[in-house]
Design a protein around this ligand. Structure first.
Ligand code: CU
Length: 474
């Protein structure tokens, strides 16, 4: 209808991603198609009037009432919010929204009454005109996940014909089935994986030779089996959850090329290096690429993850991985594995139902290397008497882990860059505890043949997918 053409504003605001602590609050609401149709139909009669005047220059104040009942409102898209969140007008008022993207990433504004801006770059503006407001008109950003993260607004009618408003106005804000949680029901963690499923390879290879590691990572959305018999669209680095494990030594240089093959903006953040985040951690659009160069100055088991807001969603939907930087003098072992623990949220990625579970800390399951209970079906292996090292990184995004191997004791425990316990010490350890974003490793010598479960000893997690088997043979 009256989507305005973008206009470049003079300033280009910087990203303020750290200021967005309150990302996930409101549930996206969508009017039922029938109600939206009524609203659009009512507006069609007035649309001819609109074309003549959309794109006009309005007053500089945030909102004003022009002659003949037109209301002009300055609308900002910033910090995962649409401001103002509510615009109140008299029934039948003509509303002009002068929309400016003041954020560091792309957004748009779509109204349930049909008007929509194009996708706006940072600093761009566009004008929307609603010829005659009846009831409540919902608005939201259409970038995946942004509506569920709180990028919503309402144009509400107040005063005047309140009876009419009540009739037509409340219905659009009722949640529709399309935005409810659409889970397949409880996951059968004891079930079988599909025939074509292959586990993520947990075996950690030695660091490649050379001191400069050039890696291309492609961001893409993929359908993956995340629990026995359960497929889910995941947002990935390299088509897997977690993304590829990178390994090097202290002082090595990593030159990462991130290519966005996805349908939305993505970025990347490597904890394994220190640098100003502004440029390398920026969000790139589909089809774009960036180069991210860091020096691994310190040893550790480091997380990398998508840097695009809302990070809660981008991480929870699978965009994370591990960088292993060996401590100097790291001893050889017989078996070496890496496990990245993450939460599992079923549902359409970015939908209100899925995001509500993320915000409320109610995962549908927990995964080692992208599949709940996957290593129950495809055990890790060792021989009796082997020294086994397991690197663990907790990708969260929200829950920690209490990593434990049933039947084993750790004689070596390394966490966040330091040994808490070393081989030869008289003491032993039972748990490697990690907060979201932390990493480390443990070592144990498995004494005899058998099946040793490894779990997150927080049993809410351990009995909901954070579980696998280390199968030890003679
Ligand atoms: Cu992302």
């Amino acid at each position: 209808m009256t989507g305005g053409s973008p206009v470049r504003a003079p300033s280009r605001p910087r990203a303020a991603w750290h200021a967005v602590a309150a990302i996930v609050r409101s549930l996206g609401r969508r009017p039922s198609p029938a109600v939206a149709g009524v609203v659009v139909g009512a507006l069609l009669t007035a649309v001819a009037v609109v074309f003549a005047s959309s794109g006009q220059t309005g007053p500089s104040s945030n909102t004003s009432v022009a002659a003949s009942g037109t209301r002009v409102v300055e609308v900002s898209l910033v910090g995962m919010r649409i401001r103002p969140g509510t615009v109140e007008v008299a029934p039948g008022a003509r509303v002009v929204l002068r929309v400016t993207n003041r954020d560091g990433m792309r957004h748009d504004l779509r109204l349930a009454s049909g008007q929509a801006t194009s996708m706006l770059d940072p600093g761009e503006s566009a004008t929307l005109t609603v010829p005659s407001v009846r009831g409540t008109v919902e608005g939201w950003c259409t970038v995946p996940g942004h509506r569920a993260a709180g990028m919503t607004m309402q144009i509400k009618t107040v005063g005047g014909h309140t009876g009419h408003e009540g009739h037509a106005g409340r219905a659009p804000s009722m949640p529709s089935m399309g935005h409810r949680a659409v889970g397949p029901g409880p996951i059968d963690f004891m079930g079988s994986m599909s025939a074509g499923w292959r586990p993520y390879d947990a075996a950690l290879k030695p660091a490649p030779g050379g001191r400069v590691h050039r890696v291309e990572l492609r961001a893409s959305e993929r359908g993956l089996e995340v629990a026995p018999g359960v497929r889910q669209t995941m947002w990935t680095f390299g088509g897997t959850v977690p993304g590829p494990v990178l390994r090097g030594r202290v002082g090595d240089v990593f030159v990462i090329t991130l290519v966005n093959d996805g349908a939305m903006g993505h970025g990347i953040d490597f904890h394994a290096g220190t640098l100003a985040p502004d440029v390398p951690m920026r969000t790139i659009r589909p089809g774009e690429r960036l180069t991210y160069r860091f020096t691994a100055g310190r040893a550790g088991a480091w997380l990398y993850h998508c840097s695009t807001m809302p990070m809660l969603q981008h991480i929870a939907n699978g965009m994370y991985g591990a960088v292993i930087i060996d401590p100097p003098g790291l001893s050889r072992v017989d078996r070496e594995y890496v496990l990245v623990q993450g939460e599992l949220y079923l549902g359409v990625p970015g939908s209100a139902g899925q995001v509500a579970k993320m915000a409320g800390g109610r995962p549908d399951g927990w995964m080692f290397n992208g599949t709940a209970s996957g290593y129950d079906r495809a055990p890790l292996t060792a021989r009796a008497g082997d020294r086994v090292r397991v690197w663990v990184v907790d990708a969260g995004p929200s829950s920690g882990t209490a990593f434990h191997v049933v039947g084993a004791q750790f004689d070596t425990l390394y966490k966040e860059g330091a040994y808490l316990l070393r081989r030869g010490d008289p003491g032993g350890a039972q748990i490697l505890d990690l907060a979201p974003g932390q990493g480390g490793f443990v070592e144990t010598v498995v004494p005899e043949a058998g099946r040793y479960p490894f779990v997150d000893h927080d049993m809410r997690h351990g009995e909901a997918g954070a579980h696998g088997i280390l199968k030890v043979t003679r």
